[in-house]
Design a protein around this ligand. Structure first.
Ligand SMILES: [Zn+2]
Length: 304
């Protein structure tokens, strides 16, 4: 299986902290990967995909590690462990911050709701509270839904960020990789980069030409910075259409990663499933990795 991580936090992160998707600390992350490697050896995405091409059942024997979005702090935090253990990993990263120095639109919403200085927001006539972890979570989801429904998440967040700017200290916690971090990937065969669009749009909301720009621009910048070819792409938010698959193929990618495949194309290398991990719980992790989570959900549903 291919695992998908997003944010990993330092071990001194407060226990009452809230963040989109939960708080996964470094020690829990390390525990999960060590457990995984003993049962399903962690191999590079290159080797994983090659094995899969030979025999589909190999997906149950090995694992590959991926991260989406590419936070500079996460890369700094997890890299020493991955390098020490010789665990290969692929970071699917966006690139627009190198030009505009802005947080990605949904990352701004997360930063605002998780660590922003405001106790409430006034948005489109609604009052959205941020005074309690439960309200932070609810407001985060409301804003993500509003951004998606606006049809222009980037524009929606640009307006919002003019009314509710973030202090530098908060912004720093969520920023994308620096140019130097990108350059460091030149020298690593263990840690590699993958494409994740230039500015993380919902690919089903933009034209084919705009999808092609987002996907190709990102690939070109990453290849220029690392002097390596970028062979794999991860669909932003796990969302894609049949047109997206064609655009990704035409941009020269060899495979693409989804979360839950829609089986739209004739080539499953462009809809590879991933198991997304947000929780520090080893029990949940074991169930998800072994595919038991879906089974338990079915049993619970049957009992209801
Ligand atoms: Zn993403």
């Amino acid at each position: 299986m291919i695992l998908l991580y997003h944010l990993v936090f330092p071990d001194d992160t407060p226990t009452d902290a809230w963040n989109a998707g939960g708080i996964l600390r470094l020690s829990a992350f390390e525990r999960q990967l060590s457990w995984l490697n003993r049962r399903f050896p962690i191999i590079s995405l290159d080797d994983y995909i090659e094995n899969l091409s030979k025999d589909q059942s190999n997906k149950n024997k090995y694992s590959a590690i991926t991260f989406d979005d590419g936070y500079r702090n996460v890369i700094d935090l997890v890299s020493p462990f991955l390098i020490k253990q010789r665990f290969p990993a692929t970071f699917f990263v966006t690139t627009s911050h190198l030009e505009d120095e802005c947080l990605l639109w949904f990352v701004y919403i997360n930063a605002l709701c998780s660590d922003g200085p405001y106790s409430l927001l006034e948005v489109a006539g609604d009052t959205l509270p941020l005074d309690h972890p439960k309200n932070r979570k609810k407001t985060y989801q409301t804003l993500i839904n509003m951004a998606r429904q606006s049809g222009d998440p980037k524009g929606f967040v640009l307006e919002l960020s003019r009314c509710y700017p973030l202090p530098d200290g908060v912004k720093n916690m969520y920023e994308g990789p620096t140019r130097d971090q990108f350059l460091a990937f030149r020298n690593s065969n263990l840690l590699t980069l993958g494409g994740h669009t230039h500015s993380h749009p919902y690919l089903d909301q933009i034209s084919m030409a705009d999808q092609a720009f987002e996907i190709r621009q990102n690939k070109a910048i990453l290849e220029e910075l690392t002097q390596k070819s970028v062979g794999y792409f991860a669909y932003t938010g796990g969302i894609y259409t049949g047109i997206t698959i064609n655009v990704v193929k035409q941009a020269g990618f060899e495979a693409a990663l989804a979360v839950r495949p829609k089986d739209l194309g004739d080539n499953n290398l462009f809809e590879l499933p991933r198991t997304d991990i947000y929780s520090p719980s080893m029990i949940k992790f074991g169930l998800k990795v072994r595919g038991g989570a879906g089974l338990i959900e079915k049993i619970v549903r049957r009992k209801q």
